[in-house]
Design a protein around this ligand. Structure first.
Ligand SMILES: CC/C=C\C/C=C\C/C=C\C/C=C\CCCCC(=O)SCCNC(=O)CCNC(=O)[C@H](O)C(C)(C)COP(=O)(O)OP(=O)(O)OC[C@H]1O[C@@H](n2cnc3c(N)ncnc32)[C@H](O)[C@@H]1OP(=O)(O)O
Ligand SMILES: Cc1cc2nc3c(=O)[nH]c(=O)nc-3n(C[C@H](O)[C@H](O)[C@H](O)COP(=O)(O)OP(=O)(O)OC[C@H]3O[C@@H](n4cnc5c(N)ncnc54)[C@H](O)[C@@H]3O)c2cc1C
Length: 672
């Protein structure tokens, strides 16, 4: 319907080629460092290619589809991936290949909560017999399960959850009830339309006594007709800011009966006579959340910011707007220091959080090994670290994606840029899996407790909180001094708020009031604590990584930039704590600007090194060839509103006035 408008060789693709020629480091080597080695890069590419070449996984750009189409396509693709593509290619959960799935998955998919929450919960909370029964069914998609914890009335405060599971001794069943409208399960992914089972978190009641939140497997739909079972009201909660392809659902249960064996009973059990047997700490009930907070920031937040950086930096390298030299040629917007100041720190965030996250995954794996031997002494530490890490990463990455989107000017507002999709995908990461404020408060609770102990009684990673403040020797811009600066700040924040808490409670104020009145400083402390962790982990990585000098230099620069950018955007905090002087702050600002200038020629190379394929981004601004304008025009042509040259419905409403206008213009009718 539209004629083709093409330039023989677009200036934009020439510009991006030049950028690549100017890069001062081997891009492929940085990709290998990012992936964790050359072999991992090859493996990832093999898996991505397997998925991208598969005709079943092809579909029109998401911005041209309705929600209904997006949900249907995502379900078709996801069912095919988990039931055919993965098993037929010998890719199994837990294998090395599995690590790379998130990079290979189609841009929209669902059944993820089934895979990342329902299945792991069966493994964590189920006895051996229960795992043997439910796991194969779940892995084969014979049953599809949601993680049904949050209710209309409660998400954060889990002790407030109202759904009840009352034990009926006579029938050896639990009776599941949502006593009020507010008790209805609300939000769980995959639950509205696809799931036939749910892992329901409910308050266990035996002989009128409450035993708190426990996990039950509840069948909600018939396996042959997929109709809701008696007593079950289930459906999709409606349109959201994003996640259009996912059926986040509601679930109302009235006298739904399940066998006694459906209480997942690895950690606690109800005997046939109603005796309650506790086998492990109540805290392990929260274990599934720690698992997700540790393992998912990479795919759900860090990779999302990496994609946004790829789009915004490639676009900024080809978008020319205005002059730097009077009388000179128009410049790429990436040449403006202010554009660099928006975008290059986001790159630093991607690297910092990625490598720090790998450290947490290792810590968590060590914790799981100890737990298997019955030792959960590190639980509080890993909970505090993972809670604040999830909160900080989701916050930093969400802010970063919005910075990238705005840095693309008007085109960043277009769905065709891919940026609104990324923003809507990442924004809820600040809420799900623990609302960020609530998570920071959990970390602060642990830190305040630690502040009253001796260094020898604290885990190695925490002891600095109660040790003497360290002196910085030399420039604030050295990596060693950045670590000292952040550690000192975290220690002073925690000590300061602990003092305030103690003083207020010594004056007789009730602890809950003390806590509420101190909560602003408590959250600040948790943020500073996790920042010192991230910086420390990034510095360790940069120091230890084996790579060529140019790559090492880039990583060191990004590491320094990450710390300095944080200092420069929060300088008031550092000054107030007395950790930095005004002179330090001036130097930090000057050094950040120098680093931006130094990293600028490598910016396109650094985002190329993330190695995202064009189809994994669906972005007209971020495609590898830099052909932004032709791509935008091609995408606009696909808009469903452009199907016909005349949109009949809009024409119908406007026609009477247009005809009037025509008559006036043609002089058939006077204006009045
Ligand atoms: C960046 C992205 C990161 C992750 C992404 C995850 C998934 C993304 C994947 C795909 C995206 C698609 C879909 C999203 C899927 C989302 C799934 C969900 O959202 S499921 C619902 C998640 N809900 C929550 O996380 C609820 C948050 N609330 C809580 O965790 C708790 O209720 C609370 C805040 C801890 C308060 O509970 P309570 O009042 O009972 O507890 P106390 O404060 O009294 O503490 C008791 C005691 O326990 C310790 N503790 C608390 N939590 C844990 C834990 N997880 N592990 C270990 N210990 C814990 C706490 O510190 C106290 O200890 P004490 O001080 O007494 O020694
Ligand atoms: C996309 C998406 C997917 C989800 N998927 C699932 C799922 O699969 N399964 C599931 O069970 N749930 C799911 N959820 C629900 C999610 O886990 C909850 O929304 C989340 O835990 C926050 O709880 P809430 O909504 O009750 O927020 P609230 O706790 O009501 O938060 C509202 C405000 O109150 C503040 N607040 C709350 N408590 C405190 C406090 N103690 N101190 C200070 N401030 C406080 C918060 O900071 C926030 O500003 C999903 C949510 C979303 C958005």
């Amino acid at each position: 319907m539209f004629s083709t408008v093409k330039d023989d060789m677009s200036i934009e693709s020439t510009l991006i080629s030049k950028e690549r020629k100017n890069a001062k480091f081997p891009v492929e080597e940085l990709t290998n460092v990012w992936d964790g080695g050359k072999e991992e890069t090859e493996l990832r590419r093999k898996i991505v290619k397997l998925f991208e070449d598969d005709p079943v996984l092809k579909s029109p750009p998401i911005c041209t589809m309705t929600r209904e189409e997006r949900f249907t396509k995502a379900t078709r693709k996801s069912a095919y991936i988990y039931r055919n593509l993965i098993p037929n290619n010998g890719l199994h959960p837990g294998s090395r290949e599995f690590e790379h799935f998130s990079r290979a998955m189609p841009i929209e998919n669902n059944l993820l909560v089934h895979m990342i929450a329902f299945i792991p919960c069966i493994k964590s909370f189920g006895s051996q017999e229960q795992v043997a029964k439910w796991l194969p069914l779940a892995l084969n998609l014979n049953i599809i399960g949601a993680y049904a914890q949050t209710e209309l009335g409660h998400g954060s405060f889990l002790r407030g959850i109202e759904t009840e599971a009352t034990f009926d001794k006579k029938t050896q069943e639990f009776v599941i009830n949502c006593p009020k409208v507010s008790s209805m399960k609300w939000w769980p992914g995959d639950m509205g339309l696809n799931a036939n089972h749910a892992l329901v978190m409910a308050n266990l009641i035996i002989d009128g006594k409450e035993y708190g939140m426990h996990a039950f497997i509840v069948q909600i739909r018939d396996l042959s007709t997929h109709m809701p079972l008696p007593g079950v009201t289930v459906g999709d909660i409606g349109s959201k800011m994003g996640f259009e392809a996912i059926d986040n659902g509601f679930l109302y249960m009235k006298n739904v009966r399940i066998p006694r064996e459906n209480l997942l009973n690895k950690n606690s059990e109800v005997k046939p006579d109603g005796t309650y047997v506790k086998k492990a700490s109540d805290r392990l009930m929260y274990g599934s959340m720690v698992n997700l907070r540790v393992n998912l920031p990479k795919s759900q937040a860090i990779d999302v910011l990496a994609k946004a950086c790829t789009i915004a930096i490639r676009y900024s390298a080809v978008r020319r707007q205005g002059l730097l030299n009077p009388g000179g040629a128009e410049v790429a917007v990436l040449d403006y220091t202010l554009q660099q100041h928006k975008l290059i720190p986001q790159l630093a965030t991607v690297y910092a959080t990625k490598f720090a996250g790998e450290g947490i995954i290792k810590k968590h794996q060590a914790f799981l090994q100890n737990m298997a031997k019955g030792n959960i002494s590190d639980l509080a530490e890993i909970h505090a670290l993972s809670a604040s890490f999830k909160a900080s990463v989701s916050e930093q990455c969400t802010e970063g994606v919005e910075v990238c989107r705005r840095a693309c000017g008007g085109h960043g507002y277009s769905q065709a840029s891919g940026l609104p999709f990324l923003l809507c995908k990442i924004t809820p990461s600040c809420t799900y899996e623990g609302e960020n404020t609530v998570l920071y408060l959990q970390t602060a609770r642990y830190l305040v407790k630690c502040a009253s102990k001796q260094a020898a009684d604290l885990p190695e990673s925490i002891a600095f909180l109660v040790q003497p403040i360290q002196d910085m020797k030399g420039s604030i811009t050295s990596l060693d001094n950045l670590i000292i600066c952040f550690k000192n700040s975290a220690a002073l924040c925690v000590q300061g708020v602990s003092k305030k808490v103690n003083e207020m409670s010594n004056k007789g104020l009730a602890m809950h009031e003390v806590w509420n009145k101190s909560s602003v400083q408590l959250v600040k402390s948790a943020k500073m604590y996790v920042m010192q962790y991230i910086i420390g982990a990034f510095v360790s990585f940069v120091t230890e990584v084996k790579c060529s000098e140019p790559i090492k230099e880039i990583l060191q620069d990004l590491c320094c930039l990450y710390g300095l950018h944080y200092i420069n955007t929060h300088s008031g905090e550092f000054l107030k704590l007395g950790v930095l002087s005004a002179h330090h702050c001036t130097l930090a600002e000057e050094t950040e600007i120098q680093l931006l200038e130094k990293l600028r020629p490598n910016a396109v190379g650094i985002v190329d090194a993330f190695d995202f394929t064009d189809s994994s981004m669906e972005s007209c601004l971020g495609a590898y060839d830099g052909n932004v304008y032709e791509r935008l025009f091609d995408m606009a042509k696909l808009s469903p509103l452009n199907k016909e040259k005349v949109h009949q419905e809009s024409y119908r409403h406007l026609r009477p006035f247009l005809l009037e206008g025509r008559d006036i213009l043609e002089g058939v009718k006077s204006k009045n």
